[in-house]
Design a protein around this ligand. Structure first.
Ligand SMILES: *Cc1c(COP(=O)(O)O)cnc(C)c1O
Length: 384
């Protein structure tokens, strides 16, 4: 009854248009940061309805640069969620600032604004919310806290390309919005990221920091307008996106809504199929939000479900269905325990989700047959 081939979790949907664009990019001889990156930035700005965008080589880079461009200094505290990918925390550490964790709302799995308030100190300078799985954070509450305490807001939108909150697009609430085009994300460029910013000076700063701190990028130095000297005005980084990557992104972005519609259909099928199983399915999508449907996560509570989370993961792998865990809570990892003294028990909701959660495949690439196979495997693993 089992599938013939393994269903790879988060497999990207690549089509002929991006393949042709990559080939044309390679034939053009211009592989580095150039006209295709400029076009991808313009297209993304158009999609997000905000003028200021900067393409970089990862979301991690975009978070790092945003924190620096926000003017944070060593000793400054950034409040973020205990339920996120390690890159969110590492970017804060790389910038020299100090990460401070808040627990999540167990219903939405997003950072709990009340717990943000509890962690504010005289050194707090910024809030870094993560729109988990593609569900927007409570941005009214977060922006009101930020305003009262004069904090910068940097949105981790790695899951949230299509996300909206009360009709407004994720990434446009804060000073910065940071996006990922890693291979499993809703738009892929292989590796890649994008920063959107509320003002032009911030995006100019980010563009300089992303390429060694140089005042002119390579495209404007070597184009047919003639050689131009550059000057190093900051000690920057090597975080620029290549045209080869942007060539993929331009076509992925054109299909973003079509892929979203497909994932929404899969989401609804899963909801319907798992409704009666003894597992927790995602919270309903409230009318005031637009979910990006990046992750479909279920909770396996051994007492209720009759199987442990890790045994469930094994059963799915056995049935040739690739699954993920997003995420063990941040305080479960030894580095952060040793460096900050964090304990999982201090963030009980994030801890519990981290120990029970399983992400099922929800790539737009899934066929109806794949979706049926996932449903059958989940049902069999639980009902035996
Ligand atoms: C994937 C991810 C990142 C990092 O993105 P990269 O592009 O791989 O650097 C950051 N935050 C979250 C929540 C993510 O899921």
């Amino acid at each position: 009854m089992s599938r013939d081939s393994f269903l790879v979790f988060g497999a990207p949907a690549i089509e002929e248009d991006e393949i042709a664009e990559v080939i044309s990019c390679m034939r053009s001889g211009w592989l580095g940061t150039g006209p295709k990156v400029a076009q991808f930035e313009a297209d993304f700005a158009n999609y997000k309805e905000i003028p200021y965008t900067a393409a970089v080589n990862s979301c991690t880079a975009s978070l790092h640069l945003s924190i620096l461009a926000a003017g944070l200094r060593p000793g400054d505290e950034v409040i973020t969620t205990a339920l996120t990918f390690c890159a969110t925390i590492n970017a804060i550490i790389h910038s020299g600032a100090t990460p401070v964790l808040a627990d999540v709302d167990p219903r939405t799995m997003n950072i709990d604004p009340n717990d943000i308030e509890r962690h504010i100190t005289p050194r707090t300078r910024a809030i870094l919310p993560v729109h988990f799985a593609g569900r927007p954070c409570d941005m009214d509450a977060i922006m009101s806290i930020a305003e009262r305490h004069q904090l910068k807001v940097i949105e981790d939108c790695a899951h949230a390309i299509e996300t909206e909150y009360k009709g407004r697009k994720a990434g446009t609430f804060g000073d910065f919005g940071c996006f990922s085009f890693y291979v499993t994300k809703n738009i892929v460029t292989g590796e890649g990221g994008m920063v959107i910013a509320r003002n032009s000076e911030d995006i100019a700063k980010i563009k300089i920091l992303a390429l060694h701190g140089m005042s002119k990028d390579a495209w404007s130095r070597f184009s047919d307008a003639g050689y131009k000297h550059y000057f190093v005005t900051e000690c920057g980084f090597k975080y620029n996106m290549m045209d080869i990557q942007a060539a993929i992104g331009i076509h992925q972005l054109k299909r973003v809504e079509k892929c979203w519609t497909r994932r929404e259909a899969i989401w609804k099928k899963y909801n319907q199929a798992f409704n009666t199983l003894p597992i927790t399915i995602p919270e309903m999508v409230e009318p005031h939000i637009r979910h990006a449907y990046h992750l479909y996560t279920i909770l396996i509570d051994e007492k209720k479900t009759g199987i442990s989370r890790d045994a469930f993961l094994d059963a799915m792998t056995e049935a040739k269905i690739g699954v993920g865990v997003h995420y063990l809570s941040i305080p479960e990892h030894p580095y952060y325990q040793e460096t900050f003294g964090w304990k999982p028990e201090d963030y009980p909701h994030a801890m519990q989700i981290g120990r029970q959660t399983v992400s099922l495949p929800i790539s737009s690439k899934l066929s109806d047959r794949d979706v049926e196979d996932v449903i059958a495997a989940v049902t069999r693993a639980i009902k035996g």
